[in-house]
Write a protein that binds this ligand. Structure first.
Ligand code: SF4
Ligand code: SF4
Length: 388
């Protein structure tokens, strides 16, 4: 393992080491990432929400802004401190940067010389994800298994993924809809980052305890001034995520859930939830692990150029399950059941993990407040094991 001396304070940097940055140091870190050719993507306040988008530096971060989330409810709030990462999972996830909503696959051009097909070039874009949470890194790893490491890799996804630098920020501000602890995906990221920071704010202090997770992290950090973390710094950082874990808004009844769901495919709760569900597909759009896509052909007005694109789709639409002459899931009951049992049961069979990371987005952004933990618990409840 290579190690580097930090440029100014002679801190020895290596994977697994911890340093401390003040707020100016974090700004310098972001500037160093830009200097290294990365486009910064991170949180900012826009349209009454915290959204992920291009950042020019530390001043774009949502300083002093938190959120409150509940089923079908999202509001920003003033925190009363200077925290830059004091919010829970925002509406969008990093999925939109990796499995982009629309990606061209091939362009077909007709000319006097004939018809020529040109596959889409792999994107060349070095991106740094600023502030990714543990649950979101777990979601990226879920999508990696499907879209990069599986038997049918998605070339666009794989190319984007290979160019990502992850500056994670461990979560200290879970929402009422969060349940990463029950899914063992947070609030502290254990891997999957180049650097991971814990933000310590309050009582006149504002600092970041940063763990190095990769050689790329070592290289960036070696460009800026930092001091080595002390045992007190590490204890304070651990206290932030310990407190977050204790404040989880929800829990998922994980034990025996797969078998309980598969043994209850005719449970009356599916009718109950279908009566509430609007079939709007919001839950799948905001979910960081959902990966349903469709392929669409469009032509330009001249009729000379046709483009085939991959675009997001949802198992909640009737069209998605349309197979020569009809839908194989014609009812909302069938579509909700398909979504929930895939996420929490058959995903284990396919990919060896749950398809849910406990981010809570599907609960917050469901317009009628349907709660995946509540639906799972209702079916998992004692006495439900054999209902069919
Ligand atoms: S199913 Fe809901 S809680 Fe689970 S990962 Fe998707 S959006 Fe997050
Ligand atoms: S569960 Fe909620 S968000 Fe999902 S399709 Fe139904 S109404 Fe829309």
């Amino acid at each position: 393992m290579a190690s580097h001396l930090n440029a100014i304070d002679a801190v020895v940097l290596a994977i697994g080491s911890h340093v401390v940055l003040d707020r100016a140091g974090l700004g310098a870190l972001l500037a160093a990432l830009i200097d290294a050719g990365h486009e910064l993507i991170g949180p900012a306040v826009r349209d009454g929400a915290i959204v992920l988008g291009p950042l020019t530096g530390i001043d774009d971060l949502p300083r002093g802004v938190g959120d409150e989330q509940a089923p079908g409810h999202y509001r920003l709030r003033t925190r009363g401190d200077d925290a830059l990462f004091g919010y829970a999972a925002p509406p969008q996830s990093w999925k939109r940067e990796l499995l982009v909503p629309r990606a061209p696959l091939v362009q077909i051009r007709r000319s006097a010389a004939g018809v020529a097909a040109t596959p889409a070039a792999p994107p060349e874009r070095k991106v740094a994800f600023i502030g990714a949470r543990a649950c979101e890194i777990a979601a990226i790893e879920v999508q990696d298994r499907v879209l990069r490491d599986g038997p049918h890799p998605d070339a666009d996804y794989a190319a984007r993924r290979a160019q990502v630098f992850v500056l994670a920020v461990h979560c200290g501000s879970p929402a009422g809809t969060c349940f990463c602890v029950s899914m063992d995906t947070g609030p502290r990221a254990r891997s999957g980052f180049d650097l991971a920071a814990t933000e310590l704010v309050g009582e006149g202090e504002h600092r970041f305890v940063v763990e190095v997770g990769s050689e790329a992290g070592v290289r960036v950090l070696s460009q800026i001034s930092a001091r080595a973390a002390t045992a007190d710094d590490l204890d304070a950082a651990a206290a932030v995520t310990d407190a977050a874990a204790a404040r989880m808004g929800r829990t998922m009844p994980a034990a025996g859930l797969r078998d309980a769901l598969m043994a209850n495919l005719e449970h009356p709760r599916w009718d109950d939830v279908a009566a509430r569900c609007l079939g709007c597909a919001n839950c799948t759009m905001v979910c960081p692990t959902c990966f349903c896509t469709n392929v669409e052909d469009t032509t330009d007005l001249s009729g000379e150029v046709a483009t085939r694109s991959r675009r997001w789709d949802s198992c909640f639409t009737a069209e998605y399950a349309y197979v020569h002459g009809g839908s194989v899931r014609p009812t909302l009951r069938a579509r909700y059941r398909q979504w929930l049992t895939h996420k929490l049961a058959t995903w284990h069979d396919q990919f060896g993990t749950s398809g849910c990371v406990g981010c809570g987005r599907c609960i917050t952004w469901c317009p009628v407040g349907i709660d995946i933990t509540e639906e799972a618990a209702a079916i998992r409840a004692p006495g439900a094991e054999t209902r069919s």
